[in-house]
Each structure stands twice: as structure tokens, then as C-alpha cells.
Ligand binder design. Sequence first.
Ligand code: PXL
Length: 280
Amino acid sequence: MKRILTIQDVSCLGKCSLTVALPLLSAMGVETVILPTAVLSTHTMFEGFTVKDLSDQLEPITAHWKKQGFRFDAIYTGYLGTEEEIEAVKGIIKDFADENTLVFIDPAMGDNGKLYPAFDLAYAKRNATLCGIADVIVPNITEACFMTDAEYKEQYDEAYVRDLLNKLVSLGSKTAILTGVSLSEGKTGAMGLDSETGEYFVYQNDRIPAAYHGTGDIFSSVVVGALMRGLSRVDAIKIAADYTADTIALTMNNPDKPWYGVDFEATIPELVEELYKKIK
Ligand code: PXL
């Protein structure tokens, strides 16, 4: 069984980061080792959330792991709290990633043209340096623009997306996958660029007219889980985009507010079924 290390916060309520990564990766048949960077009462879109920073635990935990000689098939990072934490994560990657480890970075820090409340431009630039040591990065358009100084656009064409992808791989990652990419009216999905072959890959499905918190984390977790199970990058973005869309469609029946997240638990059986159809 493949073993992933995922480094993200625990937001106790408000389905995102570790509370979605862990169940999804486990359901996909991947052992998931967690390194929580902070414990929050909820994610930061709820008013009055509490935070307990755990960055002083990263060193003792990983020192123990090093002594035990643990290794990981992938290191997957999501929302991180501070620039210092990003630097600590770079050290963990250096210590634990070898040539067979997939370094998968989701520089989760913003959406809809804005950074989340906890972050500023210096944080975005620091995240760009973390993306520089990755095999695969999965920013949305907002995050890509903050990291590459590109202009954020709501309306754009494929040339704009290709240009952003080229700017992203020039940060240093081998593959960049832009999420939340809409290449025609009523469609959305993801588009990627392999910097080694110059090949673009794309998947679009129908846009569901609703936006929920945490869907970026769901998409990323499914992509990295699918890659671990041997799917190609294009199959990985397809299964992740379809699953995210099905989950959003189902959640529209739920009267909770969008920042409570999506009912991803209800669609896990279909995800697993689709995955096993694709595993040779
Ligand atoms: O990636 C979403 C996310 C994760 N963790 C925390 C967040 C958010 C988005 O706001 O606040 C703590």
C-alpha cells in the first residue's frame, strides 16, 4: 500500500484540510500519515475561530520519524499558517523526499481574486518558493496570480490559462495543474502543463452553479490519491473534478451555509467505484 504524508491544519468543524484529506485518501486505499500544523475550532471563514499553532511540534515529530527510518511515497501539503511553517515544510521535504517521492503542493491561500484573511503577499511569495520544489502543484487561478504577479481575470481564454501555466512551471515545479478553470460557458475543470514534455492536459465538465468552502482540498486530495493508485494525470483530474461536481450537486439539497463545506461523505462509494474501474 502506498503511504502519503499530508501536512495541513486540523479545522475541527468546517470540512477542509485534514478532515477531508484523511477520509478521502483512506477510502482510496492509500495509507495516510498526518502532520497537523495547527488546530483551529473551525476554518478561518467562521467568525471568532480559535487557533493553536503546532509548529513547535513539527521538529520533534519528524525527528522521531527519521530515527525510525519511515519513508513516504508522497508528501502532500495544503493550507499552512505562516511563512516560518512553509520553511519548516521545505526542511521536511528535504529530509524525507527521495527520487521516488511525489511532492504534491496545494498552495491553499485564496480564492475569487483574494487571499484568505490570514495571508498577505509575502506569504504568497513564500508559497511560490515551496511550489518551486514540487513535482505537482495545484493552485487555483487566484493563487497562481498572487504567486506569479499575473493579472487576475474572471473572464479569460485558453491563452490566458496557458500563459499562467507557463509562469507556474517557471517557479520550478515539474507539473502545474490549475484548478477552477472554465474554458467555455457552463463548463469548469482543470488544465495542466508538464514542463518536461511541454504537453498540456485538460478536463472540463458541467459547472454546478454553487460555491462551497473546502472543495479545493477535496479536489487536491482526490488527485493525489488517484496518482498514488497509478492513474495518469488526466485521469486523476477527471476523477477529482467529477467527484467534486457530484458532491457539490448533492450538497445543494443541504440548507447549511456554503462555508460548512460539502457532503463529500455521501459520494465516497461512487468515487471508490470509479477509481477501481480505472485501476488496472
Ligand atoms: O484550504 C481551505 C482551508 C484550510 N484550512 C483553514 C482554512 C481554509 C480556508 O479558509 O481557513 C484553516
